[in-house]
Design a protein around this ligand. Structure first.
Ligand code: PMP
Length: 360
């Protein structure tokens, strides 16, 4: 069996040692005679798996006891509604920054629940640049300020954490979580769909400052009420046990790699290499302002779109998979999350170089 280099934006490649361990433990987890998938979520064994995963996540991210960490379901998209239902009071307003497709989805959903002020937008730059924070029209009365630190489709990533003053800062970290160090104490709430840097899709990890719990509107579905989920250790209902377990294996793997600082070094190197190659080669282009180029998602175009299909076919033949860009932007996109080894980026660059020589 040979594993391909999978550049999918999500569900994305998982670390191979994690998959191997899951395989080894599939039929019999630690002598229990059963798979984690078959265990009661109330069993001592699963509670241990769950608690260890949470602690490892806290250790990796540097999240203190001032925050509740929740393992919820419904992916990051369900949080687009869960956040306003919990944090935006009737008659209140929330500030949102629009840096691309995922911001827009969060904005559209929040608008169903109250007044949303789009305080800054990257639209004028074609979503290639982030407006200076000094020009953001934020309100000191906003219930929270929401932004998307990394736009997975556009490949636009913040290299700073906005200063929201006393307004709680809320971030969709789906495609950047655990890829570089972040000061989580700056945030009121962060959330991340798991299928990029954490584990299988469907699971969403939320960290919420405890003083923001208990503010949900009356009509909020119980399953979306952060306080209920926190009080029940994310087991108000049957949680996504196997995904939680796999996330735990990923956290252990990350710790063994040296944690987020060590990952950030590799991630920076991978991204620098790929952008460096794209910039040095006339056949390829990436439109994002260099400062805000994503370390995780690298969109690029070929000099001639008519060659896209051939490029993808050749890539597939070499085991370089899922390089097709999102349908809304076209071109290519290489997602190079934590689990993508540097050798995968090297193999991609070799192929891109050969393709440009032959067809450029
Ligand atoms: N936000 C961002 C930044 C994403 O990249 C994605 C998924 N690609 C989502 C939200 C939606 O996640 P989910 O599919 O888990 O709902």
């Amino acid at each position: 069996m040979s594993r391909a280099y999978n550049f999918c934006a999500g569900p994305a490649a998982l670390p191979e040692p994690v998959l191997q361990q899951a395989r080894e433990e599939m039929l019999d987890w630690c002598g229990t005679g059963m798979s984690v998938m078959e265990m009661s979520h109330r069993s001592d064994e699963f509670v241990q798996i769950a608690e260890t995963a949470e602690q490892d996540f806290r250790d990796l991210a540097g999240i203190s006891d001032d925050y509740a960490v929740l393992f919820m379901q419904g992916g990051a998209s369900s949080q687009f509604a869960t956040i306003p239902l919990n944090l935006l009071p009737e008659g209140g307003s929330a500030d949102y920054v629009n840096t691309g497709i995922w911001s827009k989805k969060a904005i559209a959903e929040a608008q169903r629940y109250g007044q949303v002020n789009v305080v800054a937008s990257a639209e004028d730059s074609g979503f290639t640049d982030i407006p200076e924070p000094s020009a953001w029209r934020t309100s000191p009365d906003a219930a929270y300020l929401h932004y998307t630190p990394n736009e997975t489709i556009g490949g636009l990533e913040f290299d700073f954490v906005p200063d929201s003053g006393t307004v709680p800062l809320v971030a969709d970290m789906s495609s950047t979580i655990l890829s570089r160090p972040v000061d989580f104490s700056r945030f009121g709430l962060v959330y991340a769909g798991a299928q990029k840097n954490i584990g299988p899709s469907g699971l969403v990890v939320v960290a919420i400052r405890k003083d923001l719990l208990g503010k949900a509107r009356g009509l909020t579905p119980t399953m979306m009420n952060y306080q209920v989920i926190a009080e029940n250790g994310s087991m108000y209902n049957t949680p996504a046990t196997y995904s939680w377990y796999l996330a735990g294996l990923v956290f252990k793997w990350l710790k063994a790699q040296g944690g987020v600082e060590a990952m950030a070094e590799v991630n920076r190197r991978k991204a620098d290499k790929l952008y460096g190659f794209i910039d040095a080669n006339d056949f390829y282009a990436n439109p994002i302002a260099p400062r805000f180029r994503s370390w995780m998602n690298v969109p690029f175009t070929l000099a001639d779109d008519a060659l896209n299909a051939e490029f993808l076919k050749g890539a597939d033949a070499r085991g370089l998979l899922n390089l097709k860009g999102h349908r809304s932007v076209g071109g290519m996109r290489a997602s190079i999350y934590n689990a993508m080894p540097e050798a995968g980026v090297d193999a991609l660059i070799d192929y891109m170089s050969e393709f440009a020589k032959e067809r450029g």
